[in-house]
Ligand binder design. Structure first.
Ligand SMILES: Cc1cc2nc3c(=O)[nH]c(=O)nc-3n(C[C@H](O)[C@H](O)[C@H](O)COP(=O)(O)OP(=O)(O)OC[C@H]3O[C@@H](n4cnc5c(N)ncnc54)[C@H](O)[C@@H]3O)c2cc1C
Length: 398
C-alpha cells in the first residue's frame, strides 16, 4: 500500500489538532490532519447551548469511569467530541483566562518564552439581561466575594461576568475559526498506532486501522485528547503503565439572553492555606500545581439544571436554578488503561477522583461555600416562590 509523506502529521483533529495544523500549514509546512469522526457543523451542534443535548449521541465519546471509591463508588460519565474540531464543538463554551502564575510557569518550562500570535477566536460576555442578575450580584457581594471587572486580565479571583467563546449566537469550532484550507484533512479515519524508528527512537509515521501508512519528515503530533492520547500511545507500545492523567430562564425572549449559557456571574476561588493539605500529600511547597495564587474551584448560578443530563427535559423558563461547582486544579492522578487492542474501543478510565488531600480540601471548602451562598443569601434577596420568571422581583431584605 502506498505511503504518503508530509512534514507534520497531526493525529486527532480536535481543538489542539486543528489549531496546530492550521498554524503549521499557514507557516508553509505540508501538514496532514487525521480525525476519527466526521466533518459536521450542523445546527444540532452550532448552538452554544447544545452541549448537554449531545451526550449519548454518536457525536461524542460517551465514557464511563470505573467505580470511584471516594465519590461513593459511583461510575462517573466523561465525554469528548468525536468529529472535526473535537471537544471545542461539544463543550459549554465557557472561558476563564488562566491566572498569570500559570503563564509564568509555562514560560519557565517553555524557554525561550515568546508571546503567541493573536488568535481568531472571539470572546464575549454577551448582552445579558437576566432578571436575577442584580439580586445575584448583591447576594455574591453579601457572601464576602469581591466583584472583579478584569478577571481575564491575569487575576481571576472573586466573581466576574461570565465570558464565553461564541460569536453571533454560534459556537466557534477550532477547525472552523482556524482555517484548514492549507491542511490535508482526513476525516472518519482512526489512527491505529504511531510507527517508531526503534534505532533512532523517534516517531516516523502513523498506521491507520485499515493498514494505510503515512510518514512525517519532521514530527508526528498526537492530539487525541486526554483519554485517547494514552490509549494511542499504549497501542503503539509506548509507556509501560499508562499513568499521568490529571483528572482533574429565564427570559430567553429578551435580546442578548438567547445566545449563550443562562449564567450571569462566575466565581473563581482559592484554598487560602494549602500548607496542611500539601504536607499530607507530600507535595513540595513550591510545587507549581499548588504555589499560590491559584484558582482551585469555580462555581456559578445557572438559571437551568445545566450540569444535569436531563437539561433539556426541564423548562428553561427560569423555574430551575442550579449551582455547578467545578474543581479546577485537581492533583489526584488516575489511569487510562487499554481495554483491548482495538483503537475504536473505549479504554478503562480510572480518574481516581478526590484521592488527594488538596482535592478534598477544595471540595470541602467550595461545595459548602457554593451551597451556603445559595441557602443563606439568595432567599434573602429573591422571592423564589414565584414560578413565573417574567414576574420575578427582588424581595425586600428582612
Ligand atoms: C462536555 C464538555 C464540556 C466542556 N466545557 C468546557 C467549557 O465550557 N470551557 C472550556 O474551556 N473547556 C470545556 N471543555 C474542555 C475542552 O473542550 C477540552 O479541554 C478541549 O477541547 C480538549 O482539546 P483536545 O484537542 O485535547 O481534545 P479534543 O478536542 O477532545 O480532540 C481530540 C480529537 O481526537 C480525535 N481522536 C481520538 N482518538 C483518535 C484516533 N485514534 N484517530 C483519529 N482521531 C482520534 C477525537 O475524535 C477528537 O476529535 C469541555 C469538554 C467537554 C467534553
Amino acid at each position: 500500500m502506498s505511503t504518503l509523506t508530509f512534514d507534520y502529521i497531526v493525529a486527532g483533529g480536535g481543538t489542539v489538532g486543528c489549531i496546530l495544523a492550521s498554524r503549521l500549514s499557514h507557516a508553509g509546512f505540508s501538514v496532514a490532519l487525521f480525525e476519527a469522526g466526521p466533518n459536521n457543523y450542523s445546527e444540532q451542534i452550532m448552538s452554544p447551548l447544545a452541549a448537554p443535548k449531545l451526550h449519548g449521541t454518536q457525536l461524542e465519546y460517551n465514557y464511563l469511569s470505573t467505580p470511584q471509591s471516594n465519590p461513593g463508588n459511583r461510575r462517573i460519565p466523561n465525554y469528548g467530541g468525536r468529529f472535526l474540531s473535537g471537544s471545542s464543538a461539544v463543550n459549554h463554551v465557557n472561558r476563564t483566562r488562566c491566572h498569570s502564575t500559570d503563564y509564568d510557569t509555562w514560560a519557565h518550562i517553555l524557554e525561550p518564552s515568546r508571546p503567541g500570535p493573536r488568535g481568531p477566536m472571539v470572546i464575549t460576555t454577551g448582552d445579558r439581561h437576566y432578571p436575577l442578575r442584580e439580586p445575584l450580584r448583591g447576594a455574591l457581594s453579601e457572601s464576602g466575594l469581591t466583584f472583579n471587572d478584569a478577571a481575564n486580565g491575569g487575576y481571576f479571583f472573586g466573581f466576574a461576568a461570565l465570558t464565553e467563546k461564541w460569536r453571533e449566537g454560534r459556537r466557534q469550532p477550532a477547525g472552523e475559526v482556524y482555517h484548514l484550507s492549507k491542511t490535508a484533512v482526513f476525516t472518519e479515519i482512526i489512527v491505529k498506532r504511531v510507527i517508531i524508528d526503534e534505532d533512532a527512537k523517534i516517531a516516523k509515521g502513523i498506521e491507520m486501522i485499515y493498514g494505510r501508512v503515512f510518514s512525517a519528515t519532521k514530527e508526528v503530533i498526537i492530539c487525541c485528547g486526554c483519554i485517547k492520547n494514552p490509549q494511542l500511545l499504549g497501542l503503539s507500545g509506548i509507556g509501560p503503565t499508562l499513568r499521568g492523567l490529571a483528572i482533574g430562564h429565564p427570559l430567553f425572549s429578551k435580546p442578548g439572553n438567547k445566545d449563550g449559557n443562562p449564567i450571569d456571574w462566575i466565581v473563581t476561588a482559592s484554598i487560602l492555606d494549602t500548607s496542611k493539605a500539601a504536607a499530607i500529600d507530600k507535595l513540595a511547597p513550591k510545587d507549581p500545581l499548588i504555589a499560590q495564587p491559584h484558582g482551585h474551584a469555580e462555581f456559578f448560578v445557572s438559571y437551568a439544571p445545566i450540569a444535569a443530563t436531563a437539561f433539556f427535559d426541564h423548562s428553561l423558563a427560569g423555574t430551575h436554578v442550579s449551582t455547578p461547582i467545578l474543581g479546577s486544579l485537581p492533583t489526584s492522578h488516575g489511569t487510562v488503561r487499554l481495554a483491548d487492542k482495538e483503537s475504536s474501543s473505549d479504554p478503562v478510565i480510572d480518574p481516581n477522583y478526590l484521592a488527594t488531600e488538596m482535592d478534598k480540601e477544595a471540595a470541602a471548602n467550595w461545595i459548602p461555600a457554593g451551597c451556603a451562598h445559595n441557602a443563606r443569601n439568595t432567599p434573602k434577596s429573591i422571592d423564589c416562590r414565584r414560578r413565573d420568571p417574567t414576574t420575578w422581583t427582588a424581595a425586600p431584605n428582612k
